[in-house]
Design a protein around this ligand. Structure first.
Ligand SMILES: Nc1nc2c([nH]c(=O)n2[C@H]2C[C@H](O)[C@@H](COP(=O)(O)OP(=O)(O)OP(=O)(O)O)O2)c(=O)[nH]1
Length: 136
């Protein structure tokens, strides 16, 4: 089975977390799901470098990577992912513009479960809801 390595940003701002929604996708189990923005690591990149690049491309935001949060392995029916999540902060969200997502929400950890998350994200959402953090 194809295996991909992905980095994802838990962007904290004013004690809320940025949640982004994918548009229509090839696989129904990914289509329209909420996720943490990010993407695949390119060759020669560090995880942190890939994350800063992806967030700039997808959202026009300049983020600082504060630290590793949780790595999740998940097998979807057609491919498997290893996803490394990192807590990120940004000084300003002014001028944020979604280039790849169809919706975004800023939610507190307790509110995250109102969204329909990609399956691989569920362990991250659960950790965010169960463990207090200085950022949100
Ligand atoms: N960025 C991100 N991707 C996630 C999350 N959860 C999850 O299952 N994924 C999956 C969806 C995608 O199949 C893959 C991320 O790859 P990607 O964002 O680079 O790209 P993609 O497959 O949409 O696009 P492409 O570059 O292959 O055209 O990981 C998440 O929280 N963030």
């Amino acid at each position: 089975m194809k295996k991909i390595e992905v980095v994802a940003a838990i962007i904290a701002h004013n004690k809320k977390i940025l949640c982004t929604q994918r548009g229509p996708a090839k696989f129904e189990y990914i289509s329209g799901k909420y996720e943490f923005p990010g993407g695949k690591v390119e060759s020669g990149e560090t995880n942190e470098g890939a994350l800063v690049r992806e967030i700039s491309e997808e959202l026009g935001l300049n983020v600082a990577v504060e630290g590793h949060y949780l790595t999740v392995s998940h097998a979807y029916p057609d491919f498997a992912i290893v996803m490394h999540s990192y807590v990120c902060t940004t000084e300003s969200v002014e001028g944020m513009a979604l280039t790849e997502h169809v919706d975004h929400r800023w939610l507190s950890p307790a509110e995250l479960s109102v969204l329909d998350w990609a399956a691989a994200d569920v362990p991250i959402v659960e950790k965010l809801q169960n463990e207090p953090n200085e950022f949100f």
